[in-house]
Design a protein around this ligand. Sequence first.
Ligand code: UDP
Length: 240
Amino acid sequence: MSQLAHHRVLLKLSGEALMGAEDYGIDPLVIHRLAREVIEAQQAGAEIALVIGGGNIFRGAGLAAGGMDRVTGDHMGMLATVINALAMQDALEKLGGKARVMSAIKINDVCEDYIRRRAIRHLEKGRLVIFAAGVGSPFFTTDSGAALRAVEIGADLLLKATKVDGVYDKDPNKHADAVRYDTLSYDEVIARNLQVMDTAAFALARDSDLPLRIFDMSQPGELLRILRGENIGTLVQGRS
Ligand code: UDP
């Protein structure tokens, strides 16, 4: 039995986290580093599932703003998340990890369909599972996919990696006096009008009593430190 504070977690990475300094696509060095951190955290004893967004390739809302049908745009966005998931699977396997991509839309020549019991079995057997295509429906985001899958697999923590190291009372890039919260309740996030996830994802996490930690994964070692119980970033949990 591991000495970790968290046994099974779901890590949500935005698609942009894979871009590095590029403005599109996947930087091989960046995905390699992220994969290495995930494997190190898994080797410490945690079961880890991942959700990766698609914003480094396509977002439905952006395509719709350019004139495309929104549902078609969202389908393209979901396929973008499958591309990222396959890239992460490859990066994890190159480092010796065992990984399975499971998609919410059927595309089973390239990856498995999402089946909850099978996903849990993969985790129990020491495989990393990457959930692709969000919830499988348009008008949602991968934040919602992450919250949904985290609840379904019984994760004890949802981790959201962002470009800033937690939740602040105002934008820390614009205000030098912005203050970072250590902990927040779900009700405080609403009362203070803080943006931590999109509304559907937020409501599901809150109603399911799923703790959520927001942190900056560009800082090496943070994932493992969180799993060991260190208070990094901002923890959102509880009702008041
Ligand atoms: N998407 C969707 N349904 C889902 C998840 C994602 O339609 O359940 C589409 C949507 O167009 C979204 C895109 O896939 O913009 C990429 O996901 P997201 O924007 O969450 O990626 P991120 O911002 O995390 O990179």
